[in-house]
Design a protein around this ligand. Structure first.
Ligand SMILES: NC(=O)c1ccc[n+]([C@@H]2O[C@H](COP(=O)([O-])OP(=O)(O)OC[C@H]3O[C@@H](n4cnc5c(N)ncnc54)[C@H](O)[C@@H]3O)[C@@H](O)[C@H]2O)c1
Length: 316
């Protein structure tokens, strides 16, 4: 068998630290280095996980032993760091939302293509077993025809970084899930967003997506609700499937019965990073491509445009 994939993490705040921990734990990967522009953080995370600390990503990327990186910096610097890593010939897992805007995301996809490196986006929800169950039920028609999906992702969120709003930060998870389930892009987007507590960007959003043949999806996201809900309901002509992302509980209801298929609770980040490594070392088929990241971002931008203009944004 091929050696373990030798990896590094760029940006080791709340989420990047988790990437570093999981890479350290996995049998498929070897964590060589981490980089954070905050020297104290770089030192402490590197020490905790036995990796080499850097505060300058360009310098770290010169290390030829590093084959792949996770980019977990602030959302506004994700694309720049990911492009630099791809240019250096490293395989890249870039956190969502992948880039601040479509233009940067396109440049990243193009760079990865030109440099022939693997590019994927951190859409964590895809690795929750219940979501895979729903996707399969759509493909096999166990759910019948998928008619609509609703997703709710709400909780209170302090203004920590404040570099993007709730649409690109939070709703983008559900946008990706909905595009994945329907297996096609929407033909129109209508959204209302607003700013209630956070200063710079929208902190609530209601987004309606319409697909061909009358299918639709509704996404509600905010940083205001005092309790945390993350739930998806997929309604088909034969069954309704509801997934609670927090408990990972799946409920399947049809005309006769309600069943709860049980999957062992899994850490989705572990599955995500394992899959990232296997895509490179064992040529596993990627679950999420750079292009899919770009498509989700396109819908997020259409939602923001719709809200700003008060009009439906037609996409086809
Ligand atoms: N997929 C998920 O479920 C999920 C969950 C949480 C966060 N995220 C994403 O992860 C990213 C980081 O979020 P967070 O909550 O950890 O933020 P954070 O502020 O806690 O951490 C960001 C870290 O990146 C460092 N940094 C910023 N720019 C850098 C650069 N150019 N080079 C090196 N280091 C740099 C900062 O010093 C900080 O330590 C965001 O893009 C966010 O959207 C994804």
């Amino acid at each position: 068998m091929r050696d373990r994939l030798r990896v590094a993490v760029i940006g080791t705040g709340f989420w990047g630290r988790n990437h570093a921990r999981v890479y350290k734990e996995l049998a498929e990967t070897e964590l060589l280095a981490i980089c954070d522009i905050d020297p104290e953080r770089a030192r402490s995370v590197a020490k905790q996980f036995g990796a080499k600390p850097y505060t300058n990503a360009a310098r770290m990327l010169r290390n030829k032993d590093i084959e792949a990186v996770s980019v977990c910096t602030w959302s506004t610097s994700l694309a720049k760091e990911a492009i630099r890593a791809a240019e250096a010939g490293k395989h890249v897992l870039v956190e969502k939302p992948m880039a601040e805007d479509m233009k940067q995301a396109e440049k990243l996809v193009e760079t990865a293509r030109r440099k022939r490196v693997h590019l994927t986006v951190g859409f964590l929800m895809r690795f929750i077993p219940g979501l895979q169950h729903i996707k399969k039920a759509v493909e096999t028609k166990e759910i019948g025809e998928l008619v609509c999906a609703t997703a709710k992702r709400v909780s209170q969120w302090p203004e920590r970084i404040g570099d993007i709003g709730v649409v690109k930060d939070t709703a983008i998870h559900d946008i990706d899930v909905v595009l994945y389930l329907f297996g096609e892009d929407p033909i129109a987007v209508y959204a209302k967003t607003g700013t209630m507590r956070h200063k710079k960007f929208e902190d609530y959003a209601q987004i309606m997506l319409t697909f061909e043949r009358g299918k639709s999806a509704f996404i509600e996201s905010n940083w205001l609700t005092p309790y945390k809900t993350r739930v998806l309901t997929a309604t088909g002509s034969e069954a309704i499937m509801t997934l609670d992302y927090i408990t990972q509980e799946l409920t399947v209801e049809d005309a006769e019965e309600t069943v709860r298929p049980r999957y062992p609770m899994q850490e989705p980040l572990k599955l995500e990073l394992q899959h990232f490594a296997n895509c490179i070392t064992k040529k596993e088929r990627p679950l999420i491509t750079g292009l899919q990241g770009l498509r989700a971002l396109r819908i997020a931008e259409a939602a923001l445009k719709s809200s700003a203009t008060g009009k439906i944004v037609k996409l086809k």
